[in-house]
Design a protein around this ligand. Structure first.
Ligand SMILES: [Mg+2]
Ligand SMILES: [Zn+2]
Length: 157
């Protein structure tokens, strides 16, 4: 077996994977437009012991493009999320675009994953993407990381 080089990482989707969505399957917001960060079942308990992995959130937020919230509001939410998880996140990437922008970051493209991998010396062949959508699965495949559905990873039944 060849020695693997680089760090193993977990790439995590946000809505429907780490935090609850509202009844319309959107990221919930309060009356000020702030994101409501409520962890899904078992997320913190499952992630906290995984110290050997770098942990990244990679999230599509076309609501920024549509003016429904700002990058600052989603960054605030990610900081709150990190606190709730016990300060385990290494970094995050947010795609603020929609399909019409043709960017390289919007999942199912893998630009967010490959950019983080380059910055943090990640061994993609030894890493995992956890998500709840076909776009997450597509990004994982494009980047060459293993995909695990959130329901299986967090044991939701
Ligand atoms: Mg999702
Ligand atoms: Zn993008």
């Amino acid at each position: 077996m060849p020695e693997s080089s680089g760090n193993a990482a977990l790439f995590l989707d946000l809505g429907g994977t780490l935090i609850k969505l509202d009844e319309t399957q959107e990221i919930p917001q309060d009356s000020n437009g702030s994101v409501i960060v409520e962890l899904l079942d078992n997320v913190a308990d499952r992630l906290r012991p995984m110290r050997e992995y770098l942990m990244f959130v990679v999230t599509n937020q076309s609501k920024i493009k549509r003016g429904r919230f700002t990058m600052d509001q989603i960054e605030d939410a990610l900081r709150v999320l990190d606190q709730k998880l016990g300060d385990i996140l290494t970094a995050w990437k947010v795609c603020p675009h929609d399909d019409a922008d043709g960017c390289e970051c919007r999942k199912p493209k893998c630009g967010m994953i490959t950019e983080l991998a380059g910055l943090y010396g990640v061994d993609l062949s030894n890493s995992i993407m956890v998500g709840d959508s076909p776009a997450d699965e597509g990004a994982a495949r494009a980047a060459g990381v293993k995909f695990i559905h959130a329901r299986d990873f967090f044991g939701w039944r």
